[in-house]
Design a protein around this ligand. Structure first.
Ligand code: HEC
Length: 342
C-alpha cells in the first residue's frame, strides 16, 4: 500500500505531517526577533547562554538506522550545528527531493559532516520506518557518515516537531501543497535557528552550515562557494529545472562537477529525443501514477535507479512544457558545442 502512486491521496492521515511547513516561517520570525534581544535573555539553567536549552528541547529517545539509541537533546543537538528534517520513507513527493538536496549539501561540506555539522532526518512514520528501513533508504540515497536517520515513538516525535516549529495543525491535516519549509538549521549553542527550503541552492545551505551558523569560525567552503556557476537570468523552464530537478538529475557530463557526484536519476541530456513527447510530459507531472500503472519504461528505469521513485512535484502542464523546452534547448546547445570541438 505504500507503493508510490498507489491510488491514495498524497496526504494520507499518516503522511499528513508533510504539509505543515508554514509554521516554520513563524518560528523563524519568532526566533529572529528573540535573537535581537538574545543578550537580554537569561541564560539557560545549563549555562549554555541560549534560551533554547535542555529546558526547552525534549530529550526524546530515538533510534538511528544502526539501531543505536540516542537522546535528542543530549546526543543530537547539544552544542552542535545541525540540520533537522522530518521525512517518511514511503513519501513519494517532497521527501526524496529534500533528501537528494541535503545529500548535495553533505557532499559540499565533505568530512565536516559528522565533525562540526550534523544531519538528522527523523521519521514521522515510525510504524513503517524501522531502523532497517531507514538504513536501506539512506543507502539508496548514498548518504555519507554524519547523517543519522532516526525513528521513535509517534507521540514523542510529534512533540519534537511542535518544539521545532515543524508542525502546524491546520496545514498538517489539510492538503496544503507548500512543502518548502520542512528543514530547520541551527546552532544550539548560540540559539540561532533558521528555516531552510529544500529548493534552496545547496551552496547557500552549505554556506550557512559551514560559515554563518558557525559564527565564521572556519570559512572553509568560501573557496568552493566562489566557484558556483555564474548567475544569469534563467528561463522559467530552467528555473524549474534548477530548483525541482537538478538535485537528482544532471545535464550532460560537465554538470555537477563542482559537487562531484553521480546523479540519483538518469542524466537528461537527449531525453527529449529519446522519449515520446506525451510520455515525457505525463512522466514529469505524475511519475507516481505511471509507476503504479506499471508503465514499462517507468518500471525499467525504477529498477535501474535503485528503486528510488521519481517524486510527483505537482507540476502543471505548462510547467512541464517549459521544462521540456529547456531540456531540448540545453541538449541542442551541448550538441552544437560538441560538434564545434570535434
Ligand atoms: C528525488 C530525485 C528526483 C527528482 C527531484 C526528480 N527526478 Fe526525475 N527521475 C528520478 C529517478 C530516480 C528516475 C528514474 C526512474 C525512477 O526510478 O522512478 C527519474 C527519471 C526521470 C526521467 C526519465 C528519464 C529517461 O531516461 O526516460 C525524466 C525525463 C525525469 N526524471 C525528469 C525529471 C524532471 C523534469 C524533474 C523536475 C521537475 C525531475 N525528474 C525530478 C529522480 C528524480
Amino acid at each position: 500500500m505504500n507503493r508510490p502512486g498507489a491510488d491514495q491521496p498524497l496526504h494520507t492521515p499518516r503522511s499528513r505531517a508533510l504539509g505543515m511547513h508554514l509554521v516554520l516561517m513563524l518560528v523563524a520570525c519568532l526566533l529572529a526577533s528573540r535573537l535581537l534581544v538574545a543578550h537580554e535573555v537569561a541564560p539557560a539553567a545549563d549555562g549554555s547562554g541560549t534560551p533554547w536549552g535542555a529546558d526547552y528541547f525534549p530529550n526524546t529517545l530515538l533510534t538511528d538506522q544502526d539501531g543505536r539509541q540516542v537522546h535528542f537533546f543530549d546526543d543530537l543537538i547539544k552544542g552542535k550545528v545541525v540540520v533537522i528534517n522530518f521525512i517518511f520513507t514511503s513519501c513519494s513527493d517532497s521527501c526524496p527531493l529534500e533528501t537528494a538536496r541535503l545529500r548535495q549539501v553533505q557532499n559540499l561540506l565533505g568530512d565536516r559532516v559528522g565533525k562540526d555539522i550534523f544531519f538528522y532526518s527523523i521519521s514521522i512514520d515510525p510504524l513503517s520506518d524501522t531502523p532497517a528501513v531507514l538504513k536501506a533508504y539512506a543507502r539508496r540515497f548514498k548518504v555519507g557518515p554524519g547523517w543519522q536517520f532516526l525513528t521513535g515513538d509517534f507521540a514523542d516525535v510529534t512533540e519534537l516537531r511542535h518544539k521545532l516549529g515543524l508542525f502546524i495543525e491546520g496545514v498538517d491535516n489539510g492538503r496544503n501543497k507548500d512543502h518548502n519549509l520542512s528543514l530547520i538549521v541551527g546552532n544550539q549553542d548560540t540559539g540561532r535557528w533558521m528555516k531552510a527550503s529544500p529548493f534552496e541552492n545547496p551552496w547557500i545551505l552549505a554556506d550557512q552550515l559551514a560559515n554563518t551558523l558557525q559564527n565564521w569560525k572556519q570559512p572553509s567552503i568560501e573557496q568552493s562557494y566562489a566557484d558556483a556557476p555564474q548567475i544569469r537570468p534563467p528561463s522559467s523552464g530552467e528555473e524549474l529545472f534548477r530548483t525541482r530537478c537538478a538535485s537528482c538529475h544532471s545535464l550532460g557530463p560537465q554538470d555537477g562537477q563542482g559537487i562531484g557526484m553521480r546523479s540519483i536519476g538518469p542524466d537528461l541530456v537527449g531525453v527529449t529525443g529519446r522519449r515520446d513527447p506525451a510520455w515525457l510530459s505525463r512522466w514529469i507531472r505524475e511519475p507516481d501514477r505511471m509507476l503504479a500503472e506499471r508503465d514499462p519504461i517507468a518500471t525499467a528505469l525504477f529498477e535501474r535507479f535503485e528503486k528510488i521513485p521519481m517524486p510527483n512535484l505537482r507540476l502543471d502542464e505548462n510547467s512541464a512544457q517549459a521544462i521540456i523546452e529547456f531540456l531540448r534547448e540545453e541538449t541542442d546547445r551541448q550538441q552544437t558545442l560538441a560538434a564545434q570541438t570535434q
